[in-house]
Design a binder for this molecule. Sequence first.
Ligand code: KIV
Length: 267
Amino acid sequence: MPQPPVNVATLRKMKADGEPIACLTAYDASYAVLVDAAGTDLVLVGDSLGMVILGYDTSVPVTVDDIIYHSKAVARGLRRPFLVADMPFMSYTEPGQALDNAVRLMQEGGAMMIKLEGGDGQLEIVEHLAKHDIPVCAHIGLKPQSVHKIGGFRVQGREPEKAKAMIESAKRLQDAGADIVLLECIPNEVGEAITSALEVPVIGIGAGPHVDGQILVLYDVLDITQGRTPRFVQNFQQGHTSPLDALAAYVKAVKDGSYPAPEHCFS
Ligand code: KIV
């Protein structure tokens, strides 16, 4: 019996019921079919495609057209999961431009929600999009689009005052209209504090086990990424013969709480 498609209300109910939300990135129709078949609840067409698909060193060169191209393909392969698309670098510097690009991701790319990186600096943009009924996922903690400003991919919010500021910022993003908050590369304790402070679902990547859902880059889960992977990555292909089995093992591990294990976390 096919399950009904996931929507924002489903995700809120999952948070309320304490049912972990299993999320993955995807970039094409074939993998979208597998990710869906594995039981994933939310699929992100992330600007990580700049690295894993296009071979750049960072997500900075990714364009709105790149995201639309891949989102269209993913949308064709999905039936049940909720589809989110990333707003790439510099595509949301002012409200009008952000709205135009978000509308393109939804109308041309088939996205049901857009994701943008930023804390307090993006409150006006989040409010503007929310005012126009654009569902928004706000991505805080490590923001890969700011890699050249930060000086590397490193854990954020370790210092008490920075952790406190991040928690307050997450609340302001929710108040501005964010429907999901995504936390990247932060200590467990900060992930837990933000998750209990917010009514909207909180998805983590390297944010510990006490969040409402987990997301990983598809290619990391399948051990396609070459070179050094972040601490929070688990290779689910190991011990499985097909990509579908590996993806189903990831979903199961998120649902039963065995991923992330302590070795994937920062505290
Ligand atoms: O671009 C991406 O894939 C992301 C995830 C790492 C959350 O933002």
